[in-house]
Design a protein around this ligand. Structure first.
Ligand SMILES: [Zn+2]
Length: 474
């Protein structure tokens, strides 16, 4: 028996010598690594980390230190954030007849600090004709269960906002799309330029308000909001690099954003994938993997406010050198494949690369362009780009919410995801995959083909594309 074991072992070790770098990387990532400890440090110890906060600066230093401790070359890439907004307090109460009740609410990003009071009116639908002028509109929202629900919520909220602005509303109260008083932070359609107070109100409180309004009661809201605000400031991405060998001037970049909203601790969005980036770099270095192309691993910053860190990167580095940009930003649910963002040719390439990890499949690619995370400016620059497509169970319900904490991360799946992502990034860096960078005309055609205008307006990035502020100039 012992003899057989030795024989098997020696066979395995021979086999191991012949193993591909991808196999070695996969095994290392699936084995015991510090990925869980890293994630716990980032979420429990540093916590929620809005860009511009002290916690965010700590997170940047932490990420840089992690790469350096792994012996990986890494640096801070500084860029300008347009505006500072950190909510400290948000309180509300509803007055009815001679009584009142407290409600739980948080502001949407860039709601101006202040004290607000006025009549509440129930805006029943997008078509209904309530007089909103000078009043605070309250609207219902469907429950958000998954990624589709999330995009549907952004879509609906944008349409509500357009109507409320047009009709002269003073502010908007959005019913929380999550039950049990769960609150979360959202952007408005004006994002960093927003000047209208808008809140997410606990689902149960919003339902109570709407029931009373429907019964014909006159209600007024009183709300106070305090925030630290300021002008433009400097923030940092962290960029790590595994240098290439024969094609070192060609770059495959993969990133996850290190900033988060701070109601929770940014665990599924996106601490888990920051920990993945660090572990990928660490294991590549430990195994002395030398890819043909240079692999960069980015911890993007300023993502939640409008992907400012990755946008700045596309301005400051040579996009002609970038052969592929990958974003991992949809939590710790199992990877189902990738969004190929309007580059149909990527589907076959990624299908092929995922064969290396087919035991964790099945996988399929969706050729839909994602607007709303760090692939965006690479897409506008015509660089082929991917976004990881994950099973949504941990992501949707905790999205930007106080419940997005370490305990919601599927740690086992996170390790499997890191092996899947490792196989794709290293496979692409070593493979004979060459897709041309698209010019402005081709990017524009893709935007038209996929009817992206409304979605881009939803995130306040349509005008910057049209004006040439963002994306390829020619
Ligand atoms: Zn995110």
């Amino acid at each position: 028996m012992r003899y057989i074991n030795l024989f098997i072992l020696s066979f395995i070790s021979c086999f191991c010598n012949a193993q591909s770098d991808i196999d070695r990387l996969k095994l290392a990532l699936l084995n015991d690594t510090p990925i869980e400890e890293d994630l716990q440090e980032l979420t429990d110890k540093i916590g929620g980390r809005v860009t511009g906060s002290l916690a965010n600066e700590k997170a940047v230093e932490w990420g840089l230190k992690k790469f350096h401790e792994a012996g990986v070359k890494a640096w801070k890439h500084s860029f300008e954030m347009p505006t500072l907004w950190l909510e400290n307090l948000c309180e509300g109460e509803v007055n009815m007849d001679d009584g009142f009740f407290k409600i739980e609410m948080v502001s949407k990003f860039k709601s101006p600090p202040g004290y607000y009071t006025g009549d509440l009116v129930y805006m029943e639908s997008l078509e209904s004709e309530e007089d909103l002028n000078g009043k605070y509109a309250i609207v219902e929202q469907d429950l958000c269960l998954d990624i589709d629900g999330l995009f549907a919520e952004y879509d609906y909220a944008t349409r509500v906002e357009m109507i409320a602005r047009e009709k002269g509303a003073k502010g908007i109260l959005f019913m929380s799309s999550r039950p049990k008083k769960l609150l979360y932070r959202f952007l408005t359609m004006e994002t960093t330029d927003n000047e209208m107070p808008q809140w997410v109100v606990a689902r149960e409180d919003a339902k109570r308000i709407i029931r009373l309004l429907k019964e014909g009661h006159s209600l007024t809201i009183s709300a106070s909001m305090e925030a630290v605000t300021g002008d433009a400031f400097t923030s940092h991405n962290v960029i790590a690099e595994i240098p290439g060998t024969t094609r070192k001037d060609e770059v495959v970049i993969i990133g996850a954003h290190i900033d988060s909203w701070a109601l929770g601790t940014g665990a599924n969005d996106n601490g888990c994938n920051v920990a993945m980036m660090i572990d990928l770099a660490r294991q590549m270095k430990a195994l002395n993997i030398q890819p043909e192309r240079t692999i960069r691993l980015a911890l993007w910053n300023g993502e939640e406010q409008g992907y400012f860190g990755s946008w700045a990167y596309t301005q400051d580095y040579d996009m002609d050198q970038h052969k592929l940009a990958i974003s991992i930003d949809i939590g710790s649910g199992g990877i189902l494949g990738f969004f190929t963002n309007g580059r149909e040719e990527l589907v076959v390439q990624i299908d092929e690369l995922l064969k290396q990890v087919e035991v964790f499949g099945p996988f399929s690619q969706l050729n839909l362009p994602i607007v709303g995370t760090d692939n965006f400016d690479f897409m506008l620059e015509g660089v082929p780009n991917l976004v990881g497509r994950h099973a949504p169970q941990f992501y949707g319900p905790n999205y930007h919410a106080s419940s997005d904490t370490y305990d919601k991360v599927d740690l086992k799946q996170l390790k499997i995801n890191s092996a899947i992502v490792g196989a794709v990034v290293l496979g692409y860096a070593n493979g004979d995959y060459n897709l041309p960078r698209h010019d402005r005309f081709q990017v524009d055609q893709m935007i038209n083909d996929f009817y992206l205008e409304f979605t881009m307006r939803m995130f306040n990035v349509w005008e910057p594309w049209v004006s040439g502020e963002r994306g390829r100039k020619n």
